[in-house]
Structures are given as C-alpha cells and as structure tokens.
Design a protein around this ligand. Structure first.
Ligand code: GLA
Length: 334
C-alpha cells in the first residue's frame, strides 16, 4: 500500500466551566483551542512507527496490538490504546508528531494525541463514536477512568464557540463567544492525572451515587443523607457545578459576562474547598487574576492538581498568559 504524505491535526481544549462533572454524566462548557497535535506521514500495511518532536524515543509496534499498556516508551501507550480499540479497522502509519499543546498542563494533550492518532489510523466514525473510542483507549492504555469531555471537545469543536455538552445524553449545544471578551490560559505547573487523586475522585462520586442516585439528577438538599462528609462535599461540588454550567451558558448567550465571570470564580472555590483538586499556587494565580482590571473571572481548568487556570477578560484588558481562540474539531489537513 503506498500513498502520499497525509496530515491530521487535533486541537487541545480548555474548559470554561464544569469540571469533574463529566464522569457522572453532568454538564461541561469547554472549547477546542488553537494549540494542536499534528501527525504527518504515510499509511503502511501493519506497522505503526511514530516519532514525536517532544519525545526522545520513537514508538514502533505491529498491528494487531493486544496489550497497549505495556508499550514502551510510555507516550506510545496512547497510540497503542487507540490502535487496540480500532481493532481490524486500524491501518499502519509511519510518521512524525508535532505538538503545540503543552504536555501535562490540563489542556488535553493526551486526548489530542488519541484523536489525531485515530484519524491517522483511518477511523471514519462519527465525532461522538470517535470520542468514545479514544476515551476507552485512554482507560485501556494508562488506566485513567476519565470522562468524555476532552475527547468529545476535540472531535466536535466549532470555531468561535464554546460547547455546552450534556455528558449523559452526549448532546452538544454550541454557545457563541462574545467578541468583546478574551480567554486567557495561564500555565501553573505540570502534573499527571495517572499519579493524581483523579481516580479517587471518580470513586468518591460513585460512592455518593450509591446513596443518592445519579448526581446529575440530584439536588443539594438530598445530599444530607450522605454521612461521609468528604463524599458529601464531593457530591455538593458536582451538583452545584452542573447548575453553574447551566447558568453560565445562559449568561454567555445574553451577554451578561460580569455574572458569568463570578460563576467561574465560584466554580474555582468549589473545586478548591469541596473537590480539593486545586493547589495553593493555582489559588493565588486565580486571586491575582481576578484582582486585575478588566478580568471577569478565573478558575482552575481540567483535572486540576496543577495544570492551568483559565481567565475570562475584557478583550482590551492586559492579562499575562496565552490568549486562546475557539477552533474547529480535529480533521485531516492539507
Ligand atoms: C480530565 C479528564 C476529563 C474531566 C476533567 C475534569 O481532563 O480527562 O474527563 O474529568 O479532567 O473536568
């Protein structure tokens, strides 16, 4: 089989509001951003050989692959997980990866690698199916029981829009971003979800659901029946965060950016106090950001335990960090 060079790219994502809600089927409001993972190369019959500009060692293996979690170097496990999930539909591929999404920063560099890989290996499914495939690949290859937000955002991004995603129904309502605001991301510290408290948080939400039923349907008053106070706080974050996402989307639509910004800061406080996924460094970055003129709100974004904060500001405000734009979904390019 011989074809000319093919190129595929996947954006990263930043989440404006709605963290640690996706794995209980809750609401999130992320956007795909203009930072990318790009894979360029040629199809092969059954060998996967990829070099990454960010990694010292290439990854190489033969299809079919049955134990992606054993692939070395470890970054290749994401690639192998996708190949394993695609089963006999995966082509081989020989190519180069370049990436402008900082790794371990909570901007979905792993989802971008998975989704760009799925495209390069010939996946032709829908954006929702591709996101589900890549979510399963992440669990299979690195054992993180992540929700669907990251993968679905990068397979479904829409230029100039955030995406209101119902992670139970897997429905997406685009929300246009006002032109007079900007979204800025500040990098705080590198972290790995595999060695963070992420899986423990997922388990605590499961425990809460054993008592009160699906958190996406629960109201705050029902949480009093959870006797473990830590689990109760985790549940309180999820239930209140779902409500904030609903309100935030409505405020963006009506242009009430000041109130939307306040909700971001409330979301941060909930992630800090009730969900305990923030860090002192992230808290002080949020505090200094919101004290600046023209800033409407700021919060930690993504899984937390490090990573980035996201800031919503007036387009004319001077704010440190990377200004990001909402972009279209992962696709073949060139
Ligand atoms: C990580 C996971 C997502 C989501 C966020 C927190 O990014 O991959 O599924 O749970 O954390 O909102």
């Amino acid at each position: 089989m011989s074809e000319g060079p093919l190129s595929y790219q996947s954006p990263g994502r930043v989440n404006l509001i709605g963290d640690h809600t996706d794995y209980t089927g809750g609401l999130v409001l992320p956007m795909a951003i203009n930072r990318y993972t790009k894979i360029t190369g040629t199809r092969t019959p059954s060998t996967i050989r990829l070099r990454s500009q960010n990694e010292p060692e290439p990854v190489e293996f033969e299809l079919p692959i049955s134990s992606p979690e054993k692939i070395s170097p470890s970054w290749g496990r994401y690639v192998a997980g996708v190949a394993a999930e695609m089963r006999s539909h995966a082509h081989g591929f020989d190519g180069e990866i370049s990436c402008t999404i900082p790794i371990g920063a909570g901007l979905s560099s792993s989802a971008a690698l998975e989704v760009a890989t799925a495209l390069a290996l010939g996946d032709t499914s829908t954006s929702v199916e591709r996101a589900k495939l890549c979510q399963r690949a992440e669990f299979l290859s690195v054992g993180v029981p992540c929700g669907i937000m990251d993968q679905l955002t990068v397979t479904s991004g829409i230029r100039d829009h955030a995406l209101l995603i119902d992670c139970h129904e897997l429905t997406i309502s685009p929300v246009q971003l006002p032109t007079d605001v900007k979204v800025v991301v500040q990098f705080i510290a590198e972290r790995k979800l595999t060695s963070s408290g992420y899986s423990e948080r997922v388990a605590q939400c499961n425990s809460a659901e054993q008592i009160v039923g699906p958190l996406r349907l629960a109201d705050l008053s029902s949480l009093a029946s959870i006797s473990d106070l830590t689990v109760r706080r985790r549940a309180r974050h999820v239930v209140s965060e779902n409500q904030r996402v609903r309100e935030f989307a409505a405020m963006l639509r009506t242009g009430d950016i000041k109130s939307a910004g306040k909700l971001m800061t409330e979301s941060h406080n909930s992630l800090d106090h009730d969900f305990e996924t923030s860090t002192p460094q992230m808290n002080s970055a949020v505090e200094s950001a919101v004290a600046q003129p023209g800033v409407f709100g700021a919060r930690m974004t993504g899984g937390g335990f490090g990573g980035c904060i996201v800031i919503l500001a007036d387009a004319a405000a001077k704010v440190d960090g990377w200004q990001v734009r909402a972009v279209d979904a992962a696709s073949q390019i060139d």
